[in-house]
Write a protein that binds this ligand. Structure first.
Ligand code: HEM
Length: 485
């Protein structure tokens, strides 16, 4: 009897202690005198974001209410939502070593246990090693070598457009840009001569489209995993496991392929693996990202040492699995972003005929001066300042790749602008509020399309369309190049 009583008392004390610790976590921002919307127990503030028509717009609403630095909770995990550019400069650039990763999710954790890890989700020294190898593949010289591949795709689109205009019917140019972008990526990333613009049923286009149509974040299990991290770890592992089982069943019983079809990402990576096998016979004939990465690939296992090792000891190698994962990443990272940006550029220019004319004049001027050159290449694009300003202004007004991407997780406690940030806390810029901040982007009205505002030097953190800091920097080459052509 006494024993049972003691046991019940201990359990009760444990439960009460757990509740106190749990509830106390919601004091995190109050203790730092940082304002924010009131969280509800268990959910924090995510229910509001899940129900919002646009989570980014919800952040803007809260920024108006609570100011440039405020706090919200995902479950019990604190998120600093920031539109103070000096604070962000500390996080993304000056104190990058304390914020070297994006927010870890149940999937990034599960993926990091496996072999197929790409730049986007790689952590620590693995990320540094991958960047060391991959950065040179995005050099201006290498991109220049890819010009013919890109120009061929553009020429295909140019052949199609007159048909549409002659018919005087509405058509959706976004669809054409998606096909174009996927063609460019497949040719530049892994040398598959796709012709999606003439063959819209192409299987790669379908698979990448499917990869985007599945929104894991809306799935109830993913949501539960986000709110209760230990459940998340199990969900992530289960997801990886069931995908491996599907793959195996698919290999063993190909006739039932529909049922056990691997998820689109796994399917694409399997195709990249096949291309690599074929490459061993015809090596060095192509100049594409796959070939450039294969030159640094090793069949041996690469052991990354601790995070703080000296740069010079980081191996300049990738495993074959990492090459496959990164080719997949380029397809995913370049497809939606570039095609959506092109669609926005078209939309904005159609609504601003004067600016469109100016841009056309800049292009015509170049073409007049270089009549004998065939297609414009990387150097030419760099000589078009108005083009540069137009693209920047479109992406200032319509930043596309922001939710879930532009954030950093604190890996080591630190002080930012007098605020103590603890390990595990997330810092997320409110990109819309920053891009529409009159103080940062004036004197012209921030709601007006005005490419010339980019002639004025702005705060280094005022423009976030391509991200910022060491986890971003080669975008200035690749994205501009793809967008400009
Ligand atoms: C208009 C086009 C594009 C936009 C707006 C865009 C935007 C972004 C943004 C906002 C990030 C997060 C950066 C950060 O966290 O600071 C990112 C990361 C990344 N993007 Fe893009 N992107 C574009 C095109 C591309 C293309 C064409 C590729 C490759 C072919 C690419 C590859 C990547 C990679 C590999 C990362 C992760 C880098 C790392 O963590 O080290 N992106 N992108």
């Amino acid at each position: 009897m006494l024993f049972t009583l003691i046991l019940y008392s201990i359990i009760l004390i444990l439960i009460i202690t757990f509740i106190i610790i749990y509830v106390k976590q919601y004091e995190y921002f109050k203790a730092r005198q940082i304002p924010g919307p009131t969280p509800s127990y268990f959910f924090g503030n995510v229910k509001t974001l899940w129900n919002a028509e646009s989570p980014s717009r919800q952040l803007v609403e809260w920024s108006k209410q609570f100011g440039k630095i405020y706090g919200i909770f995902e479950g019990t995990r604190p998120h600093y939502i920031v539109s103070d550019v000096d604070f962000l400069q500390e996080v993304f650039i000056k104190q990058f070593s304390h914020f070297p990763i994006r927010k870890t999710t149940i999937f990034s954790k599960a993926l990091n246990k496996g072999k197929r890890i790409h730049l986007f989700s790689a952590l620590g020294t693995r990320w540094k090693r991958q960047r060391n190898v991959i950065n040179p593949t995005f050099s201006a010289v290498k991109l220049k070598q890819m010009s013919p591949l890109i120009n061929n795709c553009i020429n295909e689109l140019m052949k199609k457009l007159p048909d549409y205009s002659e018919k005087h019917e509405d058509f959706n140019i976004y669809v054409l840009y998606k096909r174009l972008t996927m063609d460019v990526i497949c040719r530049c990333a892994f040398g598959v001569d796709t012709d999606m613009q003439n063959n819209p049923d192409n299987i790669y286009l379908k698979k990448v489209g499917q990869a985007f149509s599945v929104n894991f974040q809306n799935m109830p299990l993913f949501k539960l995993g986000t709110l209760v991290p230990p459940v998340g770890v199990i969900v992530g592992d289960l997801f990886i496991f069931q995908n491996k089982v599907r793959q195996k069943l698919n290999q063993l019983f190909p006739s039932t392929i529909k049922k056990f079809e691997p998820i689109p990402g796994t399917w694409i990576m399997a195709r990249v693996g096949e291309v690599i096998e074929m490459r061993s016979d015809v090596a060095k004939q192509r100049v594409d990202l796959l070939q450039l990465m294969l030159e640094a690939a090793s069949r041996e296992q690469i052991k990354d040492k601790k995070d703080d090792v000296d740069e010079q000891y980081i191996a300049k190698k990738l495993t074959y699995d990492e090459v496959i994962a990164n080719v997949f990443l380029f397809m995913i990272a370049g497809y939606e972003t570039t095609s959506t940006a092109l669609a926005y550029c078209t939309y904005v220019l159609a609504n601003h005929p004067e600016e469109q004319l100016k841009l056309q004049e800049e292009i015509d001027e170049y073409l007049l001066q270089n009549e004998d050159e065939e297609d414009p290449d990387y150097d030419v694009i760099n000589r078009m300042p108005y083009m540069d300003m137009v693209i920047k202004e479109v992406l200032r007004m319509h930043p596309i790749a922001i939710s879930g991407i532009m954030n950093r997780e604190c890996t080591q406690e630190t002080d930012i602008c007098g605020i103590k940030i603890t390990k595990g806390a997330i810092v997320q810029p409110d990109v819309y509020s920053i891009h529409y901040d009159q103080e940062l982007w004036g004197p012209q009205d921030v709601n007006n399309f005005c490419p010339e505002r980019h002639l004025t030097k702005r705060h280094p953190l005022a423009f976030l369309a391509f991200g910022v800091g060491p986890r971003n920097y080669y975008h200035s080459h690749i994205s501009y190049y793809h967008l400009n052509l």
